[in-house]
Design a protein around this ligand. Structure first.
Ligand code: SAH
Ligand code: SF4
Length: 452
């Protein structure tokens, strides 16, 4: 293949929502140039990896998957966080890679692919965090064509990078410092999305609570939420919210804006003050609890009702004692999370935590992890019970993965909801529709009900 125009492509996405969002833009740019999605990896002329290096497992999986394509005739492009971190090394280690790109230049990917096709040699282009910081705006490509997974849902990155330097985390090193998109630009993007039929927008940033600080000297996240409400979007979500920066104004906006869904991802990481301190999280377990209470009370006062809190927890951080872990478990239980993403600590070269003594035996960590998962399942099940016999408004996505006679969608509190497809009606009639469902079964990971 020597022209993008007649090529087929396949994108493999690892990691966070930012990568999912970048993937939709890469697909959009390639589609606009006349390329087409391949049926699968084996049929593709171009295979693109959007990579993640937040934990070792994703890192190893990427290297393994790319290595296994050694004899593939496809042009292989590797970008995102591992591209940014490993750049030339990646191309040297695996000479069958055609293009390496980073986190700041996805908008250049089509040009890099064309160059690699034309000159038949590897092209490596990674923009350093320092050079990216000199650009007037982060090169997110918000003005490039986007091929969205669902017509009615859009990711909207409002900022890139991170200034928090949690001790375990590579994100600030591979995504650079915090940069916000201009307020007016976010608003006009949201308005355009609404006019294109988007019903739900998820705002993205490593710490959306500090949105605007770099541009305006102070965060304007709450203000942004009110402005977005006026754009007419039906459902608004955002991630991620750092507990230390969740202001009273933002809590108020969260509580009183009807379009902002009553689900909040608030990463905890640990319930032990000692561990939170060495993680550089800059809040205590008690402050976290108080925050949850404040948000819940504000939502009760505004009539929004129960908030579905979700969180991230790391088990086995260097030096985590049995007592530290018990505190995490107790806090997870006390909050009653709707969902918890559980991770075993993964040592990342170049982060401050990488130099800490890490001598907790593997079995001990695994045992803590299993106990946490057990609690997480109990909490999720308990959370879902309150919706039995209740009516919830579901944004339908299509058929459930296992059964094409069952519709699947999302409730305001982010639960997956299943409902039987009414007889004689095609799934397509329901995809992208907001419809009420009466819940008659509440499981750990989903609700089931009937369409009203
Ligand atoms: N900015 C977001 C997302 C960061 S990465 C936030 O602050 O929440 C997503 C999650 O991955 C983190 O919340 C953390 O729980 C986990 N994570 C990050 N680095 C990790 C590491 N080295 N080992 C294990 N989990 C990690
Ligand atoms: Fe990583 Fe912490 Fe920044 Fe999240 S806030 S991206 S965990 S450094």
């Amino acid at each position: 293949m020597n022209d993008i125009k007649q090529s087929t492509y396949h994108i493999i996405t690892f990691g966070c929502q930012m990568n999912k969002s970048d993937t939709e833009r890469v697909a959009g740019m390639l589609d606009a140039l006349g390329a087409e999605p391949a049926l699968g990896q084996d049929d593709a002329d171009i295979i693109i990896f959007m990579t993640c290096c937040v934990r070792e497992a994703a890192d190893e999986r990427l290297y393994g998957q790319v290595a296994s394509l050694k004899n593939s005739k496809a042009l292989i492009a590797v970008g995102g966080c591992i591209g940014q971190r490993d750049a030339n090394e990646l191309a040297k280690k695996m000479p069958h890679i055609g293009v390496v790109f980073g986190t700041h230049n996805i908008v250049n990917l089509p040009a890099l692919i064309s160059k690699a096709m034309q000159f038949k040699k590897p092209v490596v282009e990674v923009v350093s965090n320092e050079d990216a910081a000199k650009l007037e705006q982060p090169a997110l490509g918000l003005d490039t064509p986007t091929t969205r997974e669902h017509d009615w849902h859009a990711w909207l990155p409002i900022m890139t990078g991170c200034n928090n330097f949690c001790s375990y985390c590579v994100v600030p090193y591979v995504r650079g410092r915090e940069r916000s998109m201009a307020f007016e630009e976010v608003l006009s993007d949201a308005k355009r999305l609404v006019s294109e039929g988007v019903r739900e927008i998820t705002l993205l940033g490593q710490n959306v609570n500090s949105y605007g600080r770099d541009l305006y000297g102070e965060p304007r996240f709450a203000e942004l939420l009110y402005a977005l409400e006026a754009s007419g979007i039906e459902r608004l979500r955002f991630t991620t919210s750092h507990p230390k920066d969740l202001s009273r104004d933002t809590i108020q906006a969260f509580a009183e804006i009807a379009a902002v869904m009553p689900a909040l991802h608030l990463p905890l990481q640990s319930g032990s003050d000692a561990i939170l301190k060495t993680m550089n999280r800059r809040y205590t377990a008690q402050q976290y609890r108080d925050l949850v209470t404040q948000i819940q009370s504000a939502c009760e006062a505004s009539g929004k009702g129960t908030v579905a809190f979700s969180t991230d927890v790391i088990v086995g951080y260097p030096g985590e004692t049995a007592e530290d872990f018990e505190q995490t478990l107790a806090l997870v239980k006390a909050v009653g999370f709707a969902q918890v993403f559980t991770f075993i600590y993964s040592r990342r070269e170049g982060t401050p935590a990488a130099s800490l003594v890490d001598d907790t035996p593997r079995e001990v960590i695994q045992e803590r992890f299993d106990r946490l998962v057990d609690q997480v399942q109990k909490s999720a099940w308990t959370f879902n019970q309150q919706f039995l016999d209740k009516e919830v408004l579901v944004l339908f996505e299509g058929a459930s993965k296992r059964d094409n006679q069952i519709l699947a969608g999302r409730a305001p509190r982010n639960q997956t909801v299943h409902a039987p497809l009414p007889e004689g009606r095609p799934i397509a009639d329901f995809a992208g529709k907001l419809l009420p469902v009466r819940i008659n079964e509440a499981k750990t990971w989903y609700l089931r009900g009937t369409l009203l």
